[in-house]
Unconditional design. Structure first.
Length: 126
């Protein structure tokens, strides 16, 4: 599925664990509660993708475009986010980031809406 065009696709709850989706166009796809454990998503276009409650543990999201993605309650424990663009992404207190350092960086880079949800400003993860 490397480089596949999955733009706008309905994939909620699907098991895509360990899938190679490097460079795939997944913009606007619905991946609510999808299993993306250890998936290769580097260089993927995931702008506006709905990942609420998705399992992204150990996923490789290096240099992925996650602009405007919905990451509320997503589990990114152990995920690789270096170079990923999370500008405008929405996350919540239930979102699990790879480690404490990334969590602190996301808090610094995000605006709190007062309801336990946050929106990331313009920035890439280093």
């Amino acid at each position: 599925m490397r480089g596949a065009n999955l733009s706008g696709t309905e994939l909620s709850g699907k098991d895509l664990s360990r899938a190679n989706l490097r460079g795939a166009n997944m913009s606007g796809a619905n991946l609510r509660a999808a299993d993306l454990r250890a998936a290769i998503l580097s260089w993927a276009n995931m702008s506006g993708v709905y990942l609420r409650g998705a399992n992204l543990r150990q996923a490789n999201l290096r240099d992925a475009n996650l602009i405007g993605a919905d990451l509320r309650e997503a589990d990114l424990s152990g995920a690789i986010l270096s170079g990923a663009d999370l500008s405008g992404a929405v996350w919540s207190r239930g979102t699990r980031w790879p480690d404490g350092e990334v969590t602190a960086a996301m808090v610094r880079r995000s605006d709190d809406d007062g309801d336990g949800e946050f929106r990331v400003g313009r920035d890439r993860i280093r």
